[in-house]
Write a protein that binds this ligand. Structure first.
Ligand code: ACO
Length: 436
């Protein structure tokens, strides 16, 4: 055997695990590929012995080429491009194209993409008049968005042709284009303002701001600093690999349901306070703290653990260092406050961060600010009510959801179907009601 082959073999053996079934004494070696071991291989030796992994803490449910995340090193990349560079130099529409197509567009591709997205921003009048205006006056805008996205599937029957490339592409464009229109409509309804039609002379973020804030002027021009800040926030929220809502998208999509139904399911997952609601919790926490002087007492309460209170916007399941998106958002916040005036809660947030980053309780648990610590402050300064925060998250995340949906359909055709460990009663005979 050549030295090269011996080296290769040694490397292969090192990159593997050996499992032994102690009941039979049988062993099996499974290679470690891309940081994981195949459960299919495992099942060859141990059929019927399942991995018990609630919340998928140690399970990779797919292979993906979209987003790379290293939580210990604080690295986030879309298709290989560092998030810092994309936030600095790109736009949300370009990033959406990148996530969906794997490469940044050239000029001709971008021009066609932008044209298509811009000209699909209108929603069917029945979606507005019958669905959105049919909600109760105090409906939550996120509930309205989830329902309206699901309703879209009834307007585009060709959406069921998920393996027809032309139809698939059309639904992707429609969804990315219509999300801001639906989101703005939900907001206008919740504050009792008339619906504003898209202005297709505007770019993606300014058009959204026009649909939100336009009153009687014939043409609404958003402040360019605020429009750019929103676009940066959209870039930062566009994807985050296998989070709860993306997993929902993949699971529902694996049954081959249409992309509107799958996106509605993903948005429903994002609606939950553990996922899309953390920045709202940050604002509520900062408001409750009330002033910078109260920060040390609040930190002491969190550390004591008696109130069940957590430092909202701190800590992350995956990031065990500073969330790279939080660093970018902090810079963006300064630019926004230069236009809107400082959010009065900012000083409390900065004091909290300063104390926590120098406190052993937080550093030893690797608790650092996450993306939500500052994003709510920006949204609030821009004039968004708290209820709109998850809606603002759903708009850009649609690109990530669709990129994963498409990747999943092109990769494998199995329906998602985990196993369970049954812990219920043994078989027993039915007892008639009068004998119970
Ligand atoms: N404040 C105080 N202590 C905390 C916090 C926090 N924000 N987060 C975790 N801890 C402590 C826990 O009490 C625990 O301490 P212990 O070991 O003494 O029991 C330890 O750190 C580990 O906590 P877990 O809950 O096991 O960590 P997990 O990875 O499951 O939780 C989560 C991650 C849910 C994000 C958590 O850090 C948290 O609740 N943060 C506040 C809410 C928040 O900001 N969520 C946004 C996440 S980003 C997003 O979804 C877009």
């Amino acid at each position: 055997m050549s030295t090269h082959n011996q080296e290769l073999e040694a490397l292969l053996v090192a990159e593997s695990i050996t499992i032994t079934d102690n009941r039979s004494g049988e062993s099996m070696e499974i290679p470690i590929v891309n940081g994981g071991v195949s459960a299919e291989e495992w099942a060859k030796l141990l059929p019927g012995i399942w991995f018990f992994d609630p919340a998928f803490m140690s399970t990779a449910a797919c292979e993906s080429a979209i987003t790379y995340l290293d939580g210990d090193a604080g690295i986030l990349r879309y298709r290989g491009y560092p998030i810092e560079e994309l936030a600095e130099r790109s736009t949300y529409l370009e990033v959406a194209y990148l996530l969906l197509n794997g490469e940044l567009p050239n000029e001709a591709q971008f021009s066609e993409w932008k044209h298509d997205v811009t000209y699909h921003t209108f929603i069917h009048e029945n979606v507005r008049k019958r669905f959105l205006e049919g909600f109760h006056y105090d409906a939550h805008p996120m509930g309205m968005l989830v329902s309206a996205v699901a309703a879209l599937s009834t307007f585009y029957l060709d959406a069921k042709d998920i393996f027809d490339p032309e139809s698939r592409n059309k639904q992707i464009i429609r969804l990315i284009a219509k999300m801001p229109t639906l989101a703005a409509a939900a907001h206008r309804f919740s504050v009792g303002m008339p619906f504003v039609y898209p202005d297709n002379t505007l770019d993606f973020a300014p058009n959204f701001l026009s649909m939100l804030w336009k009153v009687a002027e014939p043409h609404y021009e958003a402040d360019p600093v605020l429009a750019r800040a929103l676009d940066i926030l959209f870039i930062l929220h566009a994807d985050h690999e296998q989070n709860c809502s993306t997993t929902a998208m993949r699971v529902v999509g694996s049954s081959h349901s249409d992309p509107y139904s799958a996106t509605a399911a993903a948005a429903a997952a994002l609606y939950g306070p553990r996922h899309g609601g953390a920045n709202e919790a940050v604002i509520r926490m900062l408001t409750e703290i009330g002033s910078v002087e109260n920060v040390p007492d609040f930190i002491a309460t969190v550390k004591a653990g008696t109130s069940g209170q957590r430092l909202q916007g701190f800590g992350h399941r995956v990031y065990k260092s500073y969330d790279p998106r939080a660093k970018i958002i902090k810079r963006t916040a300064d630019e926004v406050f230069a236009v809107t005036g400082k959010n009065p809660l900012l000083d409390i947030a900065l004091k909290l961060e300063e104390i926590a980053l120098n406190d052993e309780y937080f550093t030893s648990r690797k608790l650092y600010p996450n993306v939500d610590f500052y994003s709510g402050l920006i949204y609030q300064a821009m004039g968004f009510p708290l209820e709109m925060f998850p809606v603002l998250f759903a708009i850009p995340r649609t690109a990530g959801w669709l990129a994963h949906w498409q990747e999943m359909l092109d990769q494998e055709s199995k329906i998602a179907r985990p196993r369970q460990l049954y812990i219920g009663p043994e078989p027993r005979a039915y007892t008639p009601i009068d004998a119970r």
